[in-house]
Design a protein around this ligand. Structure first.
Ligand code: SF4
Ligand code: SF4
Length: 347
């Protein structure tokens, strides 16, 4: 990994240079919560000063720029004995600035499914390949347990990754594209003092984490506690609204809808993100529902995050951002659910 030093002024120049040719998406303050804390979302920005890189977290994750809530997969038209199909992949370049380590680790999880698994998604691949990623270090966010999952740091999956050293940024270079951009605006080699300041800043950030959860034995614990009352207790609170999966940076389940015109001459296929906690998620033809009750559906979500994905991809799907906990109207959050399971196991 190459490291460089970028002054604050040159970082501004770098982003403004990108903006000349490319859509830039970054954390933007969009409102204020009832407790006075700001609300941020990843949104297109037209000016450097619209970005708020000091944001704690965004309510929705960066996922939706790679897996949109709705996406038209194809349109088709029949004529005589033939048919034409049109498929549109997003190829316009985009830059995403201000992703945190957990956001980038979440994209690496999605890559395992949509780039490297048996059936890669060309829709996802084209968005991923055409998106420049500039990440930034940050202090822990409320309820985030990324450190317990090892996702508070990241070493790949980005073009540039910045650590704020006050008057300058310590930059990890993750791609040729990132390297070229830095050279366009001018950077300095790192000195011993820069390295010492960087390590000190990383130590300071690590020391701020107070939220911890033991995840090492979670897949086994989930198997042991499959019939636990914990699922009934938390399931009774669940509204089945699906908000947790929508804001989650790694939830990717989806459904497809085919619409055909009344005269059967044309049609389209649309993909939409879906949530395993929603009542009809496991409903099949004939009306049978494999998970008709809320507690089973909630349990399934935790099993996919912390057991099923581990079996398939050697690591949990969850990156510990706690967006699901923040979004849940009834206060269901992974820390409390996991702690209750662990307490049940020790009882
Ligand atoms: S856990 Fe919370 S956010 Fe998720 S479906 Fe249930 S009520 Fe909605
Ligand atoms: S399950 Fe919750 S804490 Fe884990 S990655 Fe998804 S939103 Fe974040």
């Amino acid at each position: 990994m190459l490291f460089r030093i970028l002054s604050r002024d040159r970082f501004r120049t770098l982003v403004e240079t990108i903006m000349e040719t490319t859509e830039v998406v970054a954390p933007k303050k969009v409102g204020v919560r009832s407790d006075g804390e700001p609300i941020h979302q990843f949104l297109p920005v037209a000016d450097f000063d619209e970005m708020d890189l000091a944001h704690e977290t965004t309510e929705h994750s960066a996922k939706t720029y790679f897996l949109p809530y709705r996406e038209n997969l194809s349109t088709y038209a029949f004529s005589d004995d033939d048919w034409q199909q049109e498929v549109h992949y997003r190829i316009q370049p985009r830059a995403m600035v201000g992703l945190h380590a957990c956001d980038i680790n979440a994209l690496l999880r999605l890559d395992k499914v949509f780039v490297r698994d048996h059936f890669p998604s060309p829709y996802y691949v084209s968005r991923r390949r055409n998106t420049l990623i500039i990440g930034i270090d940050h202090e822990p966010c409320e309820g985030g347990f990324c450190r317990s999952l090892g996702t508070d740091t990241v070493t790949r999956g980005f073009d540039l990754y910045l650590t704020d050293l006050g008057d300058r940024y310590f930059v990890a270079v993750g791609s040729d594209h990132g390297f070229d951009l830095l050279n366009q605006v001018g950077v300095a080699e790192i000195s011993d003092r820069d390295t010492a300041d960087y390590l000190e800043e990383r130590k300071r950030i690590a020391g701020l984490f107070t939220t911890e959860v033991a995840v090492q034995n979670l897949p086994n614990l989930l198997d042991i506690e499959f019939e636990s009352e914990v699922w009934k207790t938390w399931g009774a609170k669940c509204l089945g609204c699906g908000s947790c999966a929508m804001v989650c940076p790694t939830c990717y389940c989806y459904g497809t809808t085919e619409r055909v015109s009344m005269d059967f001459s044309s049609g389209s296929k649309e993909k939409h993100l879906y949530a395993c906690t929603v009542v009809d998620f496991a409903e099949v033809a004939g009306g049978h529902n494999f998970r008709p009750d809320r507690s089973t559906r909630l349990k399934y979500r935790y099993y996919h995050q912390h057991r099923g994905f581990v079996e398939a991809h050697d690591e949990p799907k969850c990156v510990g951002c706690n967006r699901c906990g923040r979004a849940c109207l009834t206060g269901i959050n992974p820390l409390d659910v996991i702690h209750d399971l662990q307490a049940e196991d020790e009882a």
